[in-house]
Design a protein around this ligand. Structure first.
Ligand SMILES: Nc1ncnc2c1ncn2[C@@H]1O[C@H](COP(=O)(O)OP(=O)(O)OP(=O)(O)O)[C@@H](O)[C@H]1O
Length: 615
């Protein structure tokens, strides 16, 4: 380890973030205090956890506390804690880089529009670096708990691309962040302002936050505690205001925006635990990153045990933030132990049900639920495949576009309420986009008969729906698969010689050709057999590198259509074959697929057009 002062460069992402943050968060700048107090509180949590193994650590640190101190003459505000502290290597690593995966991609998504960017940056979580919104120089002094007095370290930076690190002596373990306030941020030297900001953002912090003001002229030195310093989730629900719940949410999630809703419960009896679960208003940028943080904060008897305890929430509810305090778990519980621990499985099952109930309630809110669905609906759909025990409850939360309404989404329950009693199926159609679904020839007969069809166009829909055979005992049926058993379907003339001629002409490309009642305005459409993979699944599997067997579709033709009538009088030969091929190609196009040989399709159309223009 070095004793000389050393200069290091920030990781490129840090420099970019600092630059953006200082400008886009200017109007929201008091959040720096929330972030620093939050880090200090985490550091106290971590020390308490470490002290479970080594009691001497806690003894030498004393009662955990966070101290704000103001030096008006120097123009500095310090945020200090007697928590876990950092050694030199940790200071360089933690305060010089951003370890989160996807950071680069995130930064690339910023638009340069201040308003939009400040929301996005809030979503990213700026943490320690927010100090530079109010300070033109930041000094951090730290000593790791359990290490010697001479292992202290001082980190300093003006946020312009570099920082220095040097060894110092530090009598107390823990960390002090000293902010040399910018001229326009001197308001944060005022105790009144600090009291107000702590009250607003950090009242819930479980350790005392003290404000120390030294004697200054006529003013005497003073010390006061600014917060109530009890773990919020342990307080009775009735005593906690919405604002307190929201600021606690921001503390644990690092989101800038309020949570959409929450549920706070204490369960007593054999399996005792307290949970406070939040549904965010907006999806985090890393919702689909494999290694993004997810899960709950775990406490045992109010002692923080770990962040991101994934075992308490299923994967498809990974957007839920919150705390679970399970007093009967062993204090030395590890991630490995959590994995396969009976009581944890039970708590997880109960919390999953709790979240699904919260969502059910939210589902009745016509204003809020669409916003939730737009953010998290796709993730929730994963639950249909992943969680058979709760499949019905999850299915009730799904929302779909529908052929019966131009706008908005519908639920399976609304579908069941709307359908006539004699209809014994729920029909759906898969397509690449909602508008492709709306235009699909498959809908024609349903429209004619006034039967509602759900329109599914998310990439996960085909996978999801394969797990959803029925809902409330009503079967779900793909409107574009197999033979439709709508009445009168059997009346069509399958023995018509034109059908046999088309079958012969297209033998290489289709499984078979059938006459259909499915169509009203279109001449033909493609139909998949019940057991065939649809195009969405096929693409998903191919993208995952799996080889997918070729399957030929069934071509269904509308014998009442003018084109088919005309075709009937064309004799076998090149012209007939070209027209038959076009019949197949345009059915593929209507599905949003490319014909097998687009150049040949273009050539045939070209010929047809020339003939049409000349006739
Ligand atoms: N007061 C502190 N005591 C000990 N370690 C700290 C302190 N402040 C920051 N750190 C360390 O620096 C790291 C980076 O802090 P920063 O606030 O930037 O991000 P974070 O808290 O990990 O993430 P986020 O704020 O997005 O949740 C922390 O994870 C922690 O390890």
């Amino acid at each position: 380890m070095s004793t000389e002062k050393q200069t290091h460069g920030f990781q490129a992402e840090v420099s970019r973030l600092l630059n953006l943050m200082i400008h886009s968060l200017y109007s929201n700048r008091e959040i720096f205090l929330r972030e620093l107090v939050s880090n200090a509180s985490d550091a106290c949590d971590k020390l308490r956890f470490k002290a479970l193994d080594d009691a001497s650590l806690a003894e030498s640190a004393g009662e955990p506390a966070i101290t704000l101190s103001v030096d008006k003459d120097a123009g500095t505000l310090s945020v200090s804690d007697n928590g876990i502290g950092m050694d030199e290597a940790e200071v360089i690593e933690n305060l010089g880089t951003i370890a989160r995966s996807g950071t680069e991609k995130f930064l690339a998504s910023l638009s340069g529009d201040q308003k939009k960017d400040s929301q996005l940056i809030g979503q990213f979580g700026v943490g320690f670096y927010s100090a530079f919104i109010v300070a033109d120089r930041v000094t951090v002094e730290s000593r790791k708990a359990g290490e010697g007095v001479d292992t202290g370290v001082r980190w300093e930076s003006d946020g312009q691309g570099e920082f220095t690190v040097e060894r110092i002596e530090r009598t107390e373990p823990g960390t002090s962040v000293i902010l040399h306030l910018r001229d326009d941020a001197k308001a944060f030297l005022d105790p009144f302002k600090l009291r107000q900001v702590v009250n607003q953002y950090s009242d819930h912090v479980a350790f005392p936050i003290r404000l120390v003001t030294p004697a200054n002229g006529d003013e005497e030195a003073s010390e006061e505690t600014l917060n109530s310093a009890t773990a919020l989730w342990q307080r009775p629900k009735g005593e906690i205001s919405d604002d307190e719940y929201q600021s606690f949410y921001k503390h644990i999630s690092h989101d800038f925006q309020d949570a959409q809703t929450w549920s706070h419960n204490k369960v007593e009896g054999k399996l005792e635990y307290t949970s406070l679960l939040y549904i965010p208003a907006r999806a985090p940028f890393d919702l689909y990153h494999r290694d993004a943080s997810r899960g709950l904060k775990l406490y045992v008897q109010r002692v923080f045990i770990m962040d991101d305890a994934e075992q308490f929430m299923p994967q498809y509810l990974r957007f839920i933030k919150g705390v679970v305090d399970a007093p009967n778990l062993p204090l030395n519980v590890s991630r490995e132990l959590l994995q396969d621990y009976g009581p944890v499985r039970k708590i997880r099952a109960a919390l999953t049900k709790r979240v699904l109930q919260m969502l059910k309630k939210l589902g009745n809110d016509e204003e809020q639920y669409p916003a939730f669905w737009a953010q998290f609906g796709q993730v929730l759909k994963e639950g249909i495949g992943e969680d058979p025990d709760n499949r019905d409850a999850i299915a009730a939360l799904l929302r779909f576009a529908s052929s019966s309404q131009e706008e908005g989404l519908t639920s399976l329950d609304t579908y069941l309420e709307r359908k006539p009693p004699e209809q014994d199926k729920i029909y759906y159609l898969l397509a690449d986009t909602a508008s492709a679904a709306r235009q699909s020839p498959h809908l024609e007969v349903f429209r004619k008969k006034g039967i509602e069809v759900l329109l599914l166009s998310d990439p996960v829909d085909e996978w999801m729906i394969s797990y959803l055979d029925s809902y409330k005992d009503v079967k779900l049926v793909n409107a574009a698969r197999g033979e439709l058993d709508l009445d009168e379907q059997n009346d069509v003339d399958q023995d018509n010689p034109l059908v046999a001629r088309l079958k012969a002409s297209l033998a290489e490309d289709v499984e078979t050709v059938r006459a259909t009642q499915r169509l009203v305005d279109s001449p033909s459409c493609l139909v998949l057999a019940e057991d065939q993979l649809g195009p969405q699944m096929r693409r998903m599997l191919e993208a995952a590198g799996q080889s997918v067997p070729e399957n030929k579709p069934v071509l269904e033709v509308n014998l009442d259509h003018d084109l088919l009538r005309a075709l009937d009088s064309v004799e076998e030969g090149d012209k007939f074959n070209d027209l038959a091929a076009l019949l197949l190609d345009q059915a593929m196009l209507a599905e949003g697929q490319l014909p097998k040989n687009p150049a040949a399709t273009a050539r045939r159309m070209h010929q047809m057009l020339v003939t049409a223009v000349n006739s």
